[in-house]
Design a protein around this ligand. Structure first.
Ligand SMILES: [Zn+2]
Length: 168
């Protein structure tokens, strides 16, 4: 499924197996926040990011019911290996157990820090948040552009649904 900014300048493709993998990590974590990084590539115009791979929590990640601190163990090696194949760090994902997938102030700050970081070399990092629980997971996607707040990316079929509503 493609998620797109309202101005359609930025899109991210999240295929079902990737979404299911995040939800599987969330199911295991149950009442703890968990998360990892997004790896993939961009189309030539840099406007469509495709997530090809995600990670779960690294062994040095820490989480509780209401916060998550992603560690870094093993990620440099993984990213170096991917770099050689043309896949890059695209951003972050994490889980808000039994809560809405709405970014916290800390989430927004973290993405701004990553956008400026010379380690990640990713000026427009994506943030995916999974909310809810196993009975009903929700997903929201965002991109951090410059020093602005997060911009939401909407499921491409949301536009389609809006059109249907307008027609009826
Ligand atoms: Zn969060």
């Amino acid at each position: 499924m493609v998620f797109r900014s309202k101005d359609k300048k930025f899109s991210v493709e999240i295929v079902l197996p990737i979404r299911m993998e995040m939800e599987a990590y969330a199911s295991v974590a149950y009442r703890q926040e968990t998360g990892g990084i997004l790896i993939g590539n961009y189309d030539q115009g840099q406007s469509l990011a495709s997530i090809k791979q995600i990670t779960g929590p690294t062994s040095d990640s820490r989480g509780s019911f209401s916060w998550f601190e992603r560690g870094t163990r093993g990620l440099k090696k993984l990213l170096d290996e991917n770099w050689e194949r043309g896949f890059y760090y695209l951003g972050e994902w994490h889980f808000h157990p039994f809560n809405s997938p709405t970014p916290s102030g800390q989430d927004i700050q973290q993405m701004q820090d990553i956008a400026k970081s010379t380690i990640y070399k990713c000026p427009e990092p994506i943030l995916i948040i999974i909310g809810g629980s196993e009975e009903h997971f929700q997903l929201r996607a965002f991109v951090s552009i410059g020093s602005k707040k997060l911009i939401e990316l909407y499921a491409a079929n949301t536009d389609y649904d809006d059109n249907l509503v307008q027609q009826s």
